[in-house]
Design a protein around this ligand. Structure first.
Ligand code: GDP
Length: 174
């Protein structure tokens, strides 16, 4: 496979753009002016294979009542679902997104295997404001057979790189 498509989804403010930009540029940029959706492209080499990667960052999240995700499910080979550990509502939203992906019959026919979904608890640097426990994230991921980590887009460059690499490797090897 030479083309990989990844959708980064989650509540507004959870850190989707911060994670995506961190992965693409290794930089953390505090504020993003854009309110429109973006598709970033990157050419990269993984395990000796040349890839063209497209990352979809909706910037503004789909509203709770509008969780059809039909376009994203058709488009993406894998998903990064982001919540903010200091915002319980963002965790509930991530849960709804995971259920939507899991329940989609599209997943089976579009090569999106469950393990090509990565649940990310972002803003670990704000653990003094934590509203969502690590064990809650871990359990949600286990229940939905997806990978999980907590990290900070602001402070953990290497963890962000590792997380994206893992989900991309999962897509390639399935
Ligand atoms: P998006 O709406 O999900 O794309 O969220 P953004 O990436 O725009 O981030 C929303 C806000 O959270 C911005 O002010 C970011 O600077 C901040 N932010 C993102 N990631 C982190 C993080 O890991 N730690 C902290 N403290 N702030 C973060």
């Amino acid at each position: 496979m030479n083309e990989l498509k990844l959708a980064v989804l989650g509540s507004r403010g959870a850190g989707k753009s911060a994670l995506t930009v961190r992965f693409l540029t290794r930089r953390f940029i505090g504020e993003y002016a854009s309110n429109s959706e973006c598709i970033y492209t990157k050419h990269f080499c993984l395990d000796g294979r040349q890839m063209n990667l497209e990352i979809y960052d909706p910037c503004s999240q789909p509203r709770q009542g509008k969780l059809s995700l039909t376009d994203e499910l058709h488009w993406a080979d894998g998903f990064v679902i982001v919540y903010d550990i200091s915002d319980r509502a963002s965790f509930a939203f991530a849960k709804a997104l995971l259920y939507r992906i899991r329940d989609s019959h599209l997943a089976a026919c579009k090569r999106v295997v469950e393990s090509a979904v990565f649940l990310v608890g972002n803003k670990q640097d704000l653990c003094h404001l934590r509203e969502v426990g690590w064990d809650e994230g871990q359990k949600l991921a286990m229940d939905n057979k997806c990978q999980f980590c907590e990290l900070s887009a602001a402070e953990h460059c290497q963890e962000v790189m590792t997380m994206f690499t893992k989900v991309l490797r999962t897509i390639i090897t399935n």
